[in-house]
Design a protein around this ligand. Structure first.
Ligand code: A3P
Length: 350
C-alpha cells in the first residue's frame, strides 16, 4: 500500500505481497542464492538424521526438520530481527497454512486491497507468494534481506515449534497465529502432497509414512510437540498467541475471520460489517474460489518442486476415514491423546 510522508514522498505500508517487493522472482528467486551452509556445517553434521518419504530429516532441539530448511531455521534463530508489529503465522505443514496465509493477508491488507477488488493480489498470486516463509527464506542471505526490507507491519510464516523460535520473538511484542488440524487429516494431506513429488516407481507407502508419524518423524514433528508448544503459549499469553482449529474454521469461517481481525488489532468496523467486508474475505479465500485460480492450479514451486495445485486438494475435515483403518486411527489417536494428556487440548477420544 503506498502512503505519503508529510514531505510527499511515497512509502509502503505492509503487508504487501512478498512477490511484489521481494526481488520479483518469488520462491524461484529464493533458491537462486546458495544457502550459507558453511556457517552451520558443524552443527548440521552433528544432527541425528532419518529419511521420510525420501526426504532427509534432521533432529534439532527436539524437532525433526526437513534438511533443506535446517540452515534457514538456524539463521532465523540467529538473525531474525522481529518488529513489535510483526505477525507470524505458524502451523504444521499440511494443516491449513495456505488458507491462514490468505485470510490473514486479506484481513490485514484490506485497506489497500479491498477483498472484493478485481485486482486483489490473491487473484493473481499464490498465498505463499504473498506471505514469506521464514524457515526456507533465511537459508539465503539475499532473501533474508528481502524479508528485512518489507514494510511494516510484516506478515510471515513458520513451521517451527514455538520452542524453536528465537527469544526475541517469543518474549517480544509480535503476534503469532497458529492453525491446528486433526493430525490424522494432516497426515493424509501430507501423503497426497508427497505423492505429487515422489519419484516414479517409489515403493514408499502410506503405511510407511504412518509408522514414521507414530514415531514422531514427520517434517516439523513430532506433531504433538509442535501443536502443544503453541497451545501452551496461547494459554500463557492469549494476547500474543491465537490458537485456531482448522475444523472450526471450516464450520464457521466468518467467525474465524472476525476473531482473527480482532486478535490482530484490526477489528471490522460497523461500516465494514454493514458492507460485508469479512464475508468478502471469506469468499475470496474460500477453497472453491482459490482452487480454480491460475496462480493456484498451474505452476510449480522451486522449493521442494511441488505443484501449486497440490496445496488445494479437498479442504475438508475427516478425510482420514477413507485412508486409515479403524485400527490405525485408534493407534494414532491413542498416541496423540497420551502426549496431550493434562494439557486441556483434545482431538477425538481414543
Ligand atoms: P487436504 O489435502 O486435506 O485437502 P497447507 O496449506 O498447510 O499445506 O495445508 C494444505 C491443506 O489445506 C490441504 O488439505 C488443502 O486442501 C487445504 N486448504 C488449502 N486451501 C484451503 C482453503 N482455502 N480452505 C480450506 N482448506 C484449504
Amino acid at each position: 500500500m503506498a502512503m505519503a510522508t508529510p514531505q510527499g514522498t511515497p512509502y509502503l505500508v505492509g503487508p504487501v505481497p512478498f512477490e511484489d517487493v521481494g526481488g520479483g522472482g518469488g520462491e524461484d528467486h529464493i533458491v537462486a542464492v546458495p544457502p550459507p551452509e558453511d556457517e552451520y556445517a558443524d552443527i548440521v553434521s552433528a544432527m541425528p538424521s532419518t529419511t521420510m518419504i525420501g526426504f532427509p530429516l534432521l533432529r534439532y532441539q527436539g524437532s525433526w526438520l526437513l534438511k533443506t530448511w535446517v540452515t534457514g531455521v538456524l539463521s532465523v534463530q540467529r538473525r531474525f530481527a522481529p518488529r513489535p508489529d510483526d505477525v507470524l503465522l505458524a502451523s504444521l505443514p499440511k494443516c491449513g497454512t495456505t488458507w491462514l496465509k490468505s485470510l490473514a493477508f486479506s484481513t490485514m491488507a484490506r485497506a489497500a486491497y479491498p477483498p472484493s477488488a478485481a485486482d486483489h493480489p490473491l487473484l493473481r498470486l499464490n498465498p505463499h507468494q504473498c506471505v514469506p516463509f521464514l524457515d526456507d527464506l533465511f537459508s539465503s542471505g539475499e532473501a533474508t534481506k528481502a524479508v528485512e526490507a518489507l514494510p511494516s507491519p510484516r506478515l510471515m510464516n513458520t513451521h517451527m515449534h514455538h520452542s524453536l523460535l528465537p527469544p526475541s520473538v517469543t518474549a517480544g511484542k509480535c503476534k503469532i497465529v497458529y492453525v491446528c488440524r486433526d493430525p490424522k487429516d494432516g497426515l493424509v494431506s501430507m501423503w497426497y502432497f508427497a505423492k505429487s513429488i515422489m519419484p516414479a516407481g517409489s515403493t514408499y507407502t502410506f503405511s510407511d509414512m504412518f509408522e514414521h508419524a507414530c514415531h514422531g518423524e514427520t517434517p516439523n514433528g513430532p506433531i504433538w510437540d509442535n501443536i502443544l508448544s503453541y497451545w501452551r503459549a496461547s494459554r500463557a499469553h492469549p494476547d500474543k498467541v491465537l490458537f485456531l482449529r482448522y475444523e472450526e474454521m471450516l464450520l464457521d469461517p466468518g467467525h474465524a475471520v472476525t476473531n482473527l481481525a480482532r486478535f490482530l488489532g484490526v477489528p471490522f468496523t460497523a461500516a465494514e460489517e454493514a458492507e460485508g467486508t469479512s464475508a468478502d474475505i471469506v469468499e475470496l479465500c474460500s477453497f472453491k474460489a482459490m482452487k480454480v485460480l491460475p496462480a493456484n492450479n498451474t505452476g510449480t514451486f522451486t522449493m521442494l518442486g511441488f505443484p501449486h495445485r497440490s496445496l488445494f486438494r479437498k479442504g475438508v475435515a475427516g478425510d482420514w476415514v477413507d485412508h486409515m483403518t479403524p485400527e490405525m486411527a485408534r493407534r494414532f489417536d491413542g498416541i496423540v491423546h497420551e502426549k496431550l494428556r493434562g494439557s486441556g487440548l483434545t482431538f477425538a477420544a481414543p
